[in-house]
Design a protein. Structure first.
Length: 131
């Protein structure tokens, strides 16, 4: 079982490196999460119902899941198996989560979305097909 890369979308908005940490920036993060995923979905022609699994990083799962929920994704689509097992592993989250996901019962042609964000304002979504 392999993940075949289809397309990616990135939103870079480095303004958050100057953010006042005493203020809540949740709405800004939610806005850019949804913008990035929407950009990817528009380019690929996919939608929330056509995606079997969503790989998210093991940080900020509540924020990401709420933003994705607003876009029609269901909680059972989010791969969260490793949240309690490993916690946040920085740049390794995607690799560890993808490895675990590929050991599950996926079908050829299943669609997988990945999403990661950087604290200072970089958002990345990727689309993959199981082959």
């Amino acid at each position: 079982t392999l993940l075949q890369f289809v397309h990616s979308a990135t939103q870079v908005n480095g303004m958050l490196h100057e953010a006042d940490m005493t203020k809540d920036n949740t709405l800004l993060h939610s806005k850019y999460i949804m913008m990035t995923v929407k950009k990817l979905l528009q380019h690929t022609g996919l939608n929330a119902d056509s995606i079997q699994q969503v790989l998210i990083q093991n940080a900020n799962p509540i924020l990401v899941s709420q933003a994705l929920s607003n876009m029609g994704f269901k909680s059972d689509q989010l791969f969260t198996q490793n949240l309690g097992r490993y916690g946040h592993l920085a740049s390794m989250d995607f690799l560890v989560n993808a490895d675990c996901l590929l050991k599950q019962n996926l079908q050829s042609g299943d669609q997988v979305l990945s999403f990661n964000l950087g604290w200072a304002g970089t958002y990345h979504a990727g689309a993959f097909t199981i082959s």
